[in-house]
Design a protein around this ligand. Structure first.
Ligand code: SF4
Length: 250
């Protein structure tokens, strides 16, 4: 078996044993409560579980408060970030069980993220802002290699890359056109922006926002009139608004 597959299957098996061990331990402790050590362990286990629940509850409350007040504080942001990272997959799973459309959940997550980012005071010079655009925004018949260097775009008007380039020149900000999440992460690592305006579909945007939770990201969904990943489009008014927000502090 290939090493990559072995690693994933091994981790799955380990997780299964871990869950089984926890269930067995709880069962054992409950049915052997007379022993002093078991009582202590049971209290410890319940305390840890309650602690996690409190952190999750605080995180959700912090998010609600941030949204209501349109203002964030560092502690609220930190708790909300932890909760987002831990509970995001759970929320997706619950949504799936309840047969809620996955894209609707992801759109809601992106909307909450944008709202929280907009409640911060961000005032950066244009050079510290990066626009990340997906390759599918480029016209499918365009011969210019804009993923290597967006300066290769001739601004012919057939797709929105030309307008994005114009906006990037206007604000002197970085513009990268990427073919996937890995290259997006690499671009962020290389350029170290203070804020990101990311254009993508629901899946890529929500994953990207999760991935780079330290940097404020305003996510803008692309339009897909020709289906996924082909000649997609973006609302430039929204991109302009995001740029103005980051460069003028809202
Ligand atoms: S605007 Fe730029 S990227 Fe789009 S088709 Fe024209 S040259 Fe190609």
């Amino acid at each position: 078996m290939e090493a990559k597959k072995r690693l994933y299957l091994g981790l799955l098996t380990f997780s299964l044993f871990l869950i089984a061990a926890v269930i067995w331990l709880v069962w054992f402790l409950i049915f052997n409560r007379t022993m002093m050590l078991n009582q202590v362990l049971l209290v410890l286990l319940v305390s840890v579980a309650v602690l996690f629940l409190i952190i999750f509850a605080l995180g959700i409350i912090a998010m609600v408060i941030m949204i209501i007040r349109s203002h964030t504080t560092p502690w609220q942001e930190n708790v909300a970030r932890v909760v987002n990272e831990w509970l995001f997959p759970v929320a997706l799973l619950v949504g799936k069980l309840l047969r809620v459309d996955r894209d609707s959940i992801l759109r809601s997550f992106i909307a909450v993220n944008n709202y929280l980012v907009r409640s911060k005071q961000v005032n950066l010079p244009g050079q510290k802002v990066m626009i990340l655009a997906p390759h599918c925004l480029q016209h499918a018949e365009c011969p210019h290699k804009i993923t290597i260097d967006v300066a290769n775009c001739k601004q012919c008007g057939k797709c929105k890359i030309g307008e994005l380039k114009k906006l990037a020149d206007q604000y002197d900000c970085k513009l990268r056109v990427v073919t996937g999440g890995t290259l997006a992460r690499q671009a962020i690592k290389e350029q170290r922006p203070g804020a990101v305006i990311a254009i993508a579909c629901e899946r890529d945007l929500s994953l990207g926002i999760q991935d780079i939770s330290i940097i404020p990201v305003l996510g803008i969904l692309n339009y897909r009139p020709h289906g996924p990943c082909l000649n997609t489009d973006v609302d430039m008014i929204r991109v302009n608004n995001a740029m103005e927000f980051f460069s003028q502090g809202g």
